[in-house]
Design a protein around this ligand. Sequence first.
Ligand code: C2O
Ligand code: CU
Ligand code: CU
Length: 466
Amino acid sequence: MKYKLLIGIISGLAILTIGYVILNMNYLQNTFKSNKILPIPVLLEDKNPDINISDYYIIAQEGKTNFIGNKQTLTMGYNGSYLGPVIKVRRGEEVRMHVTNELNDSTSVHWHGLELEGPADGGPRQVIPAGAKWEPSFTINQPAATLWFHPHVIGTTAMQVYYGLAGLLIVEDENTESLNLPNEYGVNDIPLIIQDRSFNEDGSFMYIDNMMDGAFGEYIMVNGAITPFLEVEQRKMRFRILNGANARNFNIGLSDNNEFYQIASDGGLLERPLVNDSLFISPGERAEIIIDFSKYNEGETIELVSDKELVMTFKVGASVTDQTEIPEILSTIERLDESQATGIKTIELDGMGHMVTLNGRKFDINRIDDNVNFGDIEIWEISSSRAMMMGSQGHPFHIHGTQFQVLSRNGNEPNANERGWKDTVYVGSGETVRIIVKFKYKGIFMYHCHILEHEEAGMMGQLEVQ
Ligand code: C2O
Ligand code: CU
Ligand code: CU
C-alpha cells in the first residue's frame, strides 16, 4: 500500500516536472504575434418564418484554418472550419435543432447551460454516429444569458473541442429587450471565445493531454485568431466572454488596469453591475462585461490581458454618440430557499492529470450515481482536496440541464460576481463551495469537472431526475 503510494507520488512528480519544462519551453518559443482582426462568428439564420418557432441547421465538419504564418491547420467546426455560428434564441420560443455529423467520428452537441429535458441535452448519452443526424427540440424557459454548445462523447470531447467544435448560444428575453444595454451584435455586442492552443512545426495542432494537468496551449486565441485586434469607437462595448479553453484559467484585465463592468455570469444578468479591474474565469464559465471606451482618445491602444499575457488589442477610433446605458438594476434573481432543500450531497473532487476521481471513483455510463425527484431542491457541497503537489489546479464544477446559485465559498459569502445564476463554479484546491440547485427537468444529466481532460479521465457523474 505504502509502496504504491510512493510510486504514485514519484510518477506524479515526474509528470509535473516534464509538464513544467514543456510549458516553459513553449512560452519561450512564443514569439509569433498575430496582426489579425478579431473574427466575429456569424449569427445563424433561423429557417422558420414563424416567430415562435425556430429551425436551426448545424453541421459538424472538418476543415483547414490558417492561424500561424501561412500554415494550414486541420480543424473542426460547425458550419465552417473552426468554431461555429452564434445561435440567438428568445425565451418562450420553441427551438428545433437539426444537427448533421459530417465528421469521420461520432460526436454529440451538448447545450451547456440550457435548462431542458435529459434526452435533448446532447451529453454522452446522445451520441451522433458519423454521417448521422440528431434533431432535438425544446422550449426556451430561462432568463437571457450567454450559453454555449460543444461535443460531449466519451473519449473524444477534449480533442474535438480543441480542434474547434464550440459555439455560442445567446438567450434573449423581455428584460434584456427593455434594458438599454449595448445589444447590437457585432457592433457593440461582441462574443469573445478565449482559448489556448499549441502547434507543431507543420502547423497542425499539438494536442498533448497526458503531460500536464490538462491540455495547455502556447498561444492565446480569441474567436479563432491568435491575439487579434478589434477597432472600437469611443462608446460602451459589451463583450460576452467564454472561457473555451480545455484546462486553463484566465484572469482577465486591461493593460492600463482600468475598471470595467461585469453585468452577467453563466446563467444571465446579475442583479446589479459590478465594477472591477479583473475577472477570473475558469473553463466553461461565461461572463458579460462592458468596457467604456469613451474615456480613451482616438489612436490609443489598450490590451486585454490575462495576468501579464496578451489576449487581444483594442484600437480606439472616433467618438460617436452612444445611447446605451448600464442601468443600476439589471435583473431580479429569486433566491432558492435553503429551508426547502430536501437533501445535501457532497461531491469530492480529487487528483490531477489522469489520476482524478469524483467521490472516489471514475465515471461509468452504466451507473447512475444519484437519483433526484422531479422538482426537488438540493444543496451540494463541492470540495476539492488540497493539492499534494505544486502546479495542480482547482476544478471548474458543472451540472447539466440546470442553473444553480452559490450559497457560500469556504464558509464565507460567495464572490460578488457569483451571486447570479451559475452552471459552472470554480472550486480551488482545498476549497469547499456550497450551491443550491433545483431540478426542473426530467432525465439523466451529467455533472463534472470542466477541465476537459479531467472529465475525460473520469471526473464525472450522472444523476437521474424522475
Ligand atoms: Cu460544457 Cu458537460 O459540459
Ligand atoms: Cu454542460
Ligand atoms: Cu478538474
